[in-house]
Design a protein around this ligand. Structure first.
Ligand code: FE2
Length: 260
């Protein structure tokens, strides 16, 4: 069974209004114009779709930041990409990232487009991939004020995740979260209470893989008992790409398609 893992698409549409002076949207526009526009090439959409078609995955996982600020035009571009992926496999699994929750209303617009009431309300969802593997999605995205790009692993989510993992026996688990398990960009960009999540995972050796995005930097870190897969930003001109994860019984192997 093959799972293609992609992240941080950051579909963008320029919109300007005086209200942005009071919103995080202005930071996103500036960041795009000064930085991301040079680095990102969403014209590679067809290029990647062609590669993913050849891989013929059973599942595609998207670990967040489909947009820059969940504006309707950005969501519509993300939806079109999702539609093309769903012609390859109907099993597209996704979580939002901090950019999909950038302003007070972004998260609501994101979930209106990618309807998933379970994940929206409970912030945790379990998808049985086959008889050997389950995939757990967690949504740790909240609205934060200007200049903060954090996520938050709440105590409530910690309890829900522990109780879900308590109920999973004789199966291996992949946990997908937008944020890596580290003090990245501390104190502005990391997952608040990531230490609690790391501690929890030590008690559940059935979690074999932790997949995240957010950093725009690809890496595979093998630690005990789980391996951390850090997805690159798909459309990054120099460091973009994605991973393919092959799942066999209780084992897995990882292949990469990176533009390095
Ligand atoms: Fe992010």
């Amino acid at each position: 069974m093959r799972l293609v893992s992609i992240s941080d698409l950051h579909f963008y549409s320029a919109t300007y209004s005086p209200m942005q002076l009071f919103s995080k949207r202005i930071t996103t526009n500036l960041n795009y114009l000064l930085n991301r526009k040079k680095k990102f090439d969403p014209q590679q959409t067809e290029h990647y779709l062609t590669i993913i078609r050849k891989i013929r995955p059973d599942y595609v996982l998207i670990t967040g930041d489909l947009t820059c600020s969940a504006m309707s035009e950005e969501l519509s571009q993300a939806k079109n990409f999702h539609k093309e992926l769903s012609k390859i496999t109907p099993n597209i699994l996704l979580i939002p990232g901090n950019h999909d929750s950038l302003t007070l209303f972004s998260r609501g617009r994101y979930y209106k487009t990618f309807n998933d009431q379970d994940l929206k309300n409970k912030r945790l969802k379990c998808i049985p991939l086959n008889s050997n593997w389950d995939l757990l999605l967690i949504d740790t995205c909240y609205f934060f004020p200007h200049f903060l790009a954090n996520g938050y692993f709440s105590q409530q989510l910690e309890q829900k995740l522990a109780s879900k993992l308590d109920s999973i026996h004789n199966k291996s688990v992949i946990l997908a979260c937008h944020f890596p398990l580290e003090a990245y960009g501390y104190p502005q960009k990391h997952l608040i209470r990531f230490e609690a999540l790391k501690t929890l995972l030590k008690s559940y050796p059935q979690v074999k893989l932790y997949i995240s995005g957010h950093k725009h930097k690809s890496s595979i870190i093998s630690t005990t008992p789980y391996t951390q897969v850090q997805n690159p930003a798909l459309f990054d001109r120099s460091k973009g790409g994605f991973y393919t994860i092959n799942l066999n019984n209780q084992d897995f192997s990882i292949e990469q398609y990176l533009r390095k």
